[in-house]
Write a protein that binds this ligand. Structure first.
Ligand code: IDP
Ligand code: MG
Length: 191
């Protein structure tokens, strides 16, 4: 079940000096780096990169609504709307500002069930809810309510593809065919 997945170290990860730490974790887990570069994207590119379908807006909006619910915060009062789609659209704008605010690391990882493995290794979107041992859980204490009060995206260090379909789109979006490399890790010779 060898898959390829896309990972981005977001501007906060780069600015906090966590590039090596993040890459190290993936390498140690046995994931093979088959593409890697630093890049500064603009807002338009970021907008094309992130999904724009209603399902995604609603899923992002609903995550915020449920964390507001838990905390007893009135979404309508705080954000001006309690419509999940509208909240999702608002968050996307914050997200575009965030990911275009500095250089990022773009990479493609290859390995057995790589898409799920990498999602498990990064942890929950909301760092305070991410388990210790995950990248977000170990290196951030940001939360949705804190981010939303500041009208900014949750800073959670990394992005990773969440499905086969998104992985294919995201890899193609950032990498040309000749920027991806086929090689064997040493342990593959020993199998
Ligand atoms: P993911 O990065 O775990 O896949 P998504 O729901 O796809 O999470 O959201 C994309 C990004 O949007 C998150 O990583 C985070 O930076 C930001 N984000 C998501 N929900 C919120 C929110 O409620 N407030 C602020 N930013 C958010
Ligand atoms: Mg996502």
């Amino acid at each position: 079940m060898i898959e390829r997945t896309f990972v981005m170290i977001k501007p906060d990860g780069v600015k906090r000096g966590l590039i090596g730490e993040v890459i190290k974790r993936f390498e140690q887990a046995g994931l093979k780096i088959v593409g890697l570069k630093m890049y500064r994207m603009d807002k338009e590119e970021a907008d094309e990169f992130y999904p724009a379908d209603d399902e995604w807006f609603e899923s992002v909006g609903n995550k915020t609504l449920s964390s507001y619910n838990e905390l007893g915060i009135d979404a309508k009062k705080e954000l001006g709307t309690d419509n999940p789609k509208e909240i999702g659209k608002m968050i996307k704008q914050w997200l575009l500002d965030y990911v275009s605010s500095g250089p990022v690391i773009l990479m493609v990882l290859e390995g057995n069930h790589a898409i799920k493995k990498v999602r498990d290794m990064i942890g929950s979107t909301i760092p305070i809810k991410a388990q210790p041992g995950t990248i977000r859980g170990d290196f951030s204490v940001d939360s949705a309510d804190w981010a939303n009060i500041g009208k900014r995206a949750i800073m959670n260090i990394v992005h990773a593809s969440d499905s086969q379909e998104r992985a294919e789109y995201e890899i193609k979006f950032w990498f040309k065919e000749n920027e991806l490399y086929n090689y064997k890790r040493l342990e593959e010779y020993l199998l």
